[in-house]
Ligand binder design. Structure first.
Ligand code: NAG
Ligand code: NAG
Ligand code: NAG
Ligand code: NAG
Ligand code: NAG
Length: 353
């Protein structure tokens, strides 16, 4: 009986630890990027982008999806055979502000927040029909899907994040207060990107006009500032952010990565830290391979390479991971030590029940 339960525990642990990409909090990236998509000039040819707003990396197929908002289409790029020629997977969608790609029955399920329609829609890749998801989402700027297929969407003009469950078909407010903007802990101001931590049931929100990132536990009436100043003040120093648009979290280490769009940089904030550090950009506005012009969204591939949607430069950049070394070379890897403890406990229970 004991042994059986421990096996279940071991299974649950190893499963939950692999749901998001794990990176060492001390990982380093080459700060000189490579252009992965776009020519730098606006256009609708297959190698061009116009006003790209969002990117998503689908791990199962090693594919990078780009919301080519100005061309009203979704382009995809294969990372296995890098080529700057994009393949259109969805066209005639009115102004896509954010994209999330889920994997359902071995097929990509694409969720888009649509500026034109002011709602979220879902497509199964390869099928032409889409289905509306959730209720109205005015100035919808962020979409995320959790393990139970609940869909989260942020409405910049209603200053809140909705959670829609496919079982109840009812959207509920899970962050911010609907139709109230402000910088107190129970408010948001023009929320954009959303990230959901499935392990802790927490939502991370790029609180755009408050120049901060808020963390809300599901069901909580208030959020906590985990990056930027809680007062909502903008700045360009290590403590501050200016118009954050997107957030990505390492579920294991709780390190957060932020597209700090008006500071032209990508910031990493370690867990519980009061300052961030720049991992890409931060060298002024420009189109050099070390610069951005409104980095709007970020993504990571299976190897930990960083992708940045460089909006005004009409391109997507890739920054190779050059070092994923542990911060303390002598310390044991947490994942390995956990597996080791489970193994020892299981063996003991087996031999000495
Ligand atoms: C980076 O290193 C951590 C250990 O610190 C490891 O768990 C993780 O799998 C590595 N990630 C990648 C993408 O190699
Ligand atoms: C970083 O990338 C640039 C451009 O691709 C390359 O020339 C350089 O060698 C890379 N640096 C490291 C440390 O990998
Ligand atoms: C692409 O752009 C050209 C020039 O602006 C335009 O004439 C053409 O209709 C566009 N094609 C599509 C498919 O939108
Ligand atoms: C939530 O925020 C409001 C406004 O700042 C404050 O009055 C209230 O005490 C907070 N509630 C909790 C539980 O922290
Ligand atoms: C993180 O910070 C909070 C408040 O500052 C503190 O209560 C908590 O113990 C800290 N957690 C860790 C793991 O350092």
């Amino acid at each position: 009986m004991h042994t059986y339960m421990l096996f279940i525990f071991a299974f649950v642990c190893s499963f939950s630890l692999t749901t998001s990409l794990i990176l060492s909090p001390c990982a380093k990236w080459n700060t000189t990027g490579i252009v992965i998509a776009g020519t730098g000039e606006r256009g609708n040819k297959s190698d061009q982008l116009t006003d790209p707003r969002s990117i998503f990396f689908l791990k199962q197929t090693q594919t990078l999806y780009v919301a080519d908002a100005g061309n009203n289409r979704i382009q995809k790029f294969s990372i296995d055979s890098p080529s700057k020629i994009g393949v259109t997977v969805i066209s005639n969608v009115q102004y896509v502000t954010d994209i999330y790609v889920d994997y359902e029955n071995n097929k990509p399920a694409i969720y888009l927040s649509l500026g034109g329609e002011q709602r979220v829609r879902k497509w199964i890749e390869g099928e032409s029909d889409s289905v509306p998801v959730g209720g109205p989402c005015p100035f919808c700027e962020g979409v995320w899907v959790d393990k139970e297929k609940n869909v989260y969407m942020s409405s910049a003009s209603r200053h809140c994040v909705y959670k829609w469950s496919p079982e109840t078909n009812i959207p509920i407010v899970v962050a911010g207060k609907e139709d109230y903007s402000g910088s107190s802990s129970n408010n948001l101001n023009s929320p954009e990107g959303v990230y959901v931590d499935n392990i802790r049931n927490a939502i991370y929100v790029a609180d755009y006009a408050n120049n901060r990132v808020q963390k809300w536990f599901i069901g909580a009436s208030n959020g906590t500032t985990i990056a930027g100043l809680s007062s909502g003040e903008a700045g360009s120093d290590k403590e501050s952010l200016k118009r954050p648009t997107s957030v990505w979290v390492d579920d294991e280490t709780q390190v957060i990565y932020i597209a700090d769009s008006q500071n032209q940089r990508i910031q990493r904030w370690l867990y519980n830290s009061s300052i961030g550090e720049t991992i890409a950009g931060g060298l002024g506005t420009g189109d050099k391979l070390t610069q951005f012009d409104q980095p709007d969204d970020i993504a990571f591939d299976n190897d930990g390479n960083l992708y940045v949607c460089d909006r005004i430069n009409e391109r997507v950049m890739m920054f190779s991971i050059i070092d994923n070394q542990s911060c303390f070379p002598s310390s044991t890897n947490r994942l390995n030590s956990l597996s080791f403890i489970i193994f020892i406990t299981t063996v003991f229970t087996f031999f000495y029940p």
